[in-house]
Design a protein around this ligand. Structure first.
Ligand code: AMP
Ligand code: ZN
Length: 472
C-alpha cells in the first residue's frame, strides 16, 4: 500500500520490517478531560489505517499510551501539568481524574467502532523504563542535568528538524508566544526528560530516580512505551499533525540517540478537525464531545461516516449542517442496504473480486476513504450484482469501514459464556445471603473484568454487556 510519510514528505510504498507483524504505535490521549471530536477524528483515521493493513493481509500489533503524567499545558515544558490542573479544578485526585477520563475515552472509541489497540499502556506504569533510557542518554552525552532536571541536548543530534522540516529560526518565532522560558536549558528547544525541581510543588505523583524524586516528561513516555513493547525498530508511528513538533520530533531525537540508529520508518499524521473559528482544542474551554453530539440525537457512527468522507490529510471543518448532510446520507445508505434481502442467488465470485480490488485500491492509495465509500455506494446501487453478492461485499467492506452496515441485531453471547455468567451470579447471590460481601464484590469485579455488568433488580440479579466491550 502507499502512504504519505511525514519524514520523507512523500507518498511511499509501505514495506514493514517484518512482514509477519506490522509494528504500529499511536499516541493516545492525555486523560485530563473528555476527548473532543477532533481527537476522535485522529483515532478514527488510525483505526482505518490498522484495519486497512489487516484487510490487505498484514498482522498488526498496535500499542497506545494513556498519558496520565508529565504533559504540560504547553506541548513544550512550560505551564502546569494538565492532569494536576484538572484535578485541582475538579477537586479530585490525579488518579481519580485519570481513571474517570480513561473510561470516558474507552466508551467514546467503542461507540465509534474503533478497535481496541492490542496494548494500552498507562504512562505511570513504566517509570523504570524511562529512567533506564534517561540513564543511557546521560551516559552517552545526549542529556544533561541542570538545576535538578534532566534535559535532552538537541545540539548533540544531527537531524533534529528532519521530521518537521522547519528550522530553528522559524520555531523561535513561533515559540515566542509561550509564557515562560526555562532558564535551565542550554538551547530553548532542549526538552525535559525528568523533572525534579521545576513544576514540582503541586505534583501529586512522583518517583525516586538516580537524579532525585520527580516525574517523567511527556515525550519520553511514548518512546519508552514503544521501546518496551517493540524493541529497537518500529514500522509506523501516528498522531495528529500537532504532534509533529515538538512531541514526535523529540521522540525521534531521544529514541535514535538511545538505540543508535534509525528508529521508526513511517510517520503518519492526520490533519485537524477545525471548528468555524479555527482548530478545535480542549484549552478553548467549550469543546465538542461525542456525548454532546449524542445528546443532540446523532448516532456516533454518523460522525465516523462524516470523517470517512474526507481524506485524513485534509483539514475538515465541523458544522452541524455538514453533520446533518452526513447523517441523512448514512441513513439513506442503511435503508437501502436493509432493502437488500438475503435470497437464493449465488455469489458472483468474479464480481466480488472486481469490487474488492477497487475497494482495496482506494484504501491502498494513501487511505482514500472517500473513494472507498464511493465503491460501497456503487455496490449498493448496482444493477449488475445480485443480492447475495451485494451483501457479501458490504459485509466485507465493513471490516474496514466499521459503520455497522449490516448490524441490526443485538450481540449474541456464546452459550458457554452464558452458563459461566449464570453460575457466577448464583455464587454471588449465595455469598450475599451469607453476608460474605467481600466474596460477593470479588465476583462482581471478576464479571466486570469479563465485560459484564451486573445489576440487582426486583426480578433478581440481571446482567448486561459493558459498552466498551462491544469492540469489534
Ligand atoms: P491529546 O489528548 O491532546 O494528547 O490529543 C490526542 C490526539 O488528538 C493526538 O494525536 C493529537 O494530535 C490529536 N488532535 C488534537 N487536536 C486535534 C484536532 N483538532 N483534530 C484532530 N486531531 C487532533
Ligand atoms: Zn506520544
Amino acid at each position: 500500500m502507499k502512504i504519505y510519510n511525514t519524514l520523507t514528505k512523500k507518498v511511499e510504498e509501505f514495506i514493514p520490517i517484518d512482514k509477519n507483524e506490522v509494528k504500529m504505535y499511536t499516541c493516545g490521549p492525555t486523560v485530563y478531560n473528555y476527548a473532543h471530536v477532533g481527537n476522535l477524528r485522529t483515532y478514527i483515521f488510525e483505526d482505518i489505517f490498522e484495519k486497512t493493513l489487516n484487510y490487505i493481509g498484514y498482522n498488526v500489533r498496535r500499542v497506545m499510551n494513556i498519558t496520565d503524567i508529565g504533559h504540560l499545558t504547553s506541548d513544550a515544558d512550560t505551564g502546569e501539568d494538565k492532569m494536576v490542573e484538572s484535578a485541582k479544578k475538579e477537586g479530585k485526585s490525579v488518579l481519580e481524574i485519570a481513571a474517570f477520563y480513561t473510561d470516558a475515552f474507552f466508551n467514546d472509541i467503542a461507540k465509534l467502532n474503533i478497535k481496541k489497540p492490542a496494548v494500552i499502556e498507562k504512562a505511570t506504569d513504566l517509570i523504570d523504563e524511562y529512567t533506564k533510557i534517561i540513564s543511557v542518554l546521560l551516559d552517552k552525552g545526549f542529556a544533561y542535568i541542570s538545576n535538578g532536571n534532566v534535559y535532552f541536548d538537541i545540539a548533540k543530534t544531527n537531524d533534529y528538524y528532519k521530521l518537521s522540516g522547519r528550522n530553528e529560526e522559524d520555531l523561535i518565532v513561533g515559540a515566542r508566544s509561550d509564557v515562560e522560558e526555562d532558564k535551565n536549558k542550554r538551547n530553548p528547544f532542549d526538552f525535559v526528560l525528568w523533572f525534579t525541581s521545576s513544576k514540582f510543588e503541586n505534583q501529586a505523583l512522583k518517583w525516586d530516580s538516580p537524579w532525585g524524586t520527580g516525574y517523567p516528561g511527556w515525550h519520553i513516555e511514548c518512546s519508552g512505551i514503544s521501546l518496551k513493547h517493540f524493541g529497537e525498530y518500529l514500522d509506523i508511528h501516528c498522531g495528529g499533525v500537532d504532534n509533529i513538533f515538538p512531541h514526535h520530533t523529540n521522540e525521534i531525537a531521544q529514541s535514535e540517540a538511545y538505540v543508535g540508529h534509525r528508529w521508526c520508518n513511517y510517520w503518519v499524521h492526520g490533519e485537524h478537525l477545525n471548528d468555524q473559528s479555527g482548530k478545535m482544542s480542549k484549552s478553548k474551554g467549550d469543546f465538542l464531545t461525542l456525548s454532546l453530539l449524542e445528546s443532540k440525537g446523532y448516532n456516533p457512527l454518523v460522525y465516523r461516516f462524516f470523517c470517512l468522507g474526507s481524506h485524513y490529510r485534509n483539514q475538515l471543518v465541523f458544522s452541524y449542517e455538514s453533520l446533518d448532510t452526513a447523517s441523512s446520507s448514512y441513513e439513506k445508505l442503511l435503508n437501502r442496504i436493509k432493502s437488500i434481502k438475503k435470497d437464493e442467488s449465488i455469489i458472483d465470485e468474479e464480481k466480488v473480486e472486481m469490487y474488492t480490488i477497487k475497494f482495496k485500491s482506494a484504501l491502498e492509495d494513501d487511505l482514500n476513504t472517500a473513494n472507498a465509500l464511493t465503491i460501497l455506494f456503487e455496490v449498493v446501487k448496482s444493477d449488475e450484482l445480485n443480492n447475495n453478492t451485494k451483501l457479501f461485499l458490504i459485509e466485507d467492506f465493513d471490516r474496514v469501514l466499521s459503520l455497522d452496515l449490516l448490524k441490526n441485531e443485538e450481540i449474541v453471547l456464546d452459550s458457554e459464556l452464558v452458563k459461566k455468567i449464570e453460575q457466577m451470579i448464583k455464587e454471588r447471590d449465595e455469598a450475599k445471603a451469607e453476608k460474605n460481601y467481600t466474596k460477593a464484590d470479588e465476583i462482581r469485579n471478576e464479571l466486570l473484568s469479563m465485560g459484564i455488568i451486573i445489576k440487582d433488580s426486583r426480578e433478581g440479579t440481571i446482567y448486561e454487556i459493558k459498552e466498551s466491550e462491544k469492540w469489534n
